[in-house]
Design a protein around this ligand. Structure first.
Ligand code: CMP
Length: 146
């Protein structure tokens, strides 16, 4: 069965690498069910990353995410959560370059903070974050945009 995940192209990558990242998503046969470019407010970024509240990098992370627009997408495919995480590679681009040199983060991330893309870590988070950005659209998820 098809699965959905929430994917984000972060501000550091949206300017320079948007077309390459979208091209790679097409190549890997994801359906982009929804997509929007959005400028996060501080409050939205804090809510989006609430699981990381209290960590030493939380403030930096929130500032970074509000620095410019993000491209937020719902990606659909069989096993979408895991497949998108595999495409992204490890959080830290230094590790990504070692273990997953073709991954998006190995290619496009600047450092562990400015790491180009985000993806939900499990189905529960995916549903929650999809709701956060797009409202309750569970009924329309299989209708592709392009
Ligand atoms: P992401 O997968 O979106 O989830 C949490 C984000 O926090 C992560 O990508 C990075 O952007 C950031 N992050 C994680 N660990 C660190 C760290 N040690 N220092 C700075 N930023 C981090």
């Amino acid at each position: 069965p098809k699965e959905q995940t929430l994917a984000v192209i972060k501000p550091d990558a949206l300017n320079e690498h948007k077309d390459e990242i979208l091209g790679k998503i097409q190549e890997e046969c994801f359906t982009i069910s929804q997509m929007k470019e959005t400028m996060l407010s501080k409050e939205m970024a804090e809510e989006f990353y609430k699981e990381h509240r209290g960590k030493p990098f939380f403030e930096q992370l929130v500032d970074f995410m509000c620095r410019g627009p993000c491209l937020v997408m719902i990606l659909s495919k069989e096993n979408a959560v895991e497949e998108w995480r595999a495409m992204m590679g490890p959080t830290d681009p230094r590790e990504a370059q070692q273990t997953a040199p073709n991954s998006l983060r190995a290619r496009f991330a600047k450092d562990i903070l400015q790491n180009s893309v985000h993806g939900s870590s499990n189905q529960k988070h995916a549903n929650e974050k999809i709701n956060f950005f797009f409202g309750d659209i569970t009924e329309e998820l299989d209708r592709p945009l392009q």
